[in-house]
Design a protein around this ligand. Structure first.
Ligand SMILES: [Zn+2]
Length: 75
């Protein structure tokens, strides 16, 4: 049985530069907005369960309309 040798520092996601959604690393297109502008250079994972009921979305530097994982900072 193989053991995982090293923990990834960063979760295996890419971030959409347009809507900040996090998508699987193998994805080529953002499922939220359809953009293909994805980057592995992002920081800060935000998970939104019910964005419409959460006051935290007012404080985020991007517009989060749907539940999901988002990157706080995309470079
Ligand atoms: Zn997007």
């Amino acid at each position: 049985m193989a053991m995982e040798a090293r923990r990834r520092v960063r979760p295996p996601f890419k971030a959409c530069r347009v809507c900040h959604a996090l998508v699987p690393k193998e994805a080529t297109r953002c499922p939220y907005c359809g953009s293909t502008d994805l980057t592995e250079e992002w920081e800060g994972l935000v998970v939104l369960i019910k964005p419409e009921e959460s006051s935290i979305t007012d404080k985020l530097p991007f517009e989060a309309k749907r539940p999901g994982r988002y990157a706080l900072i995309v470079s």
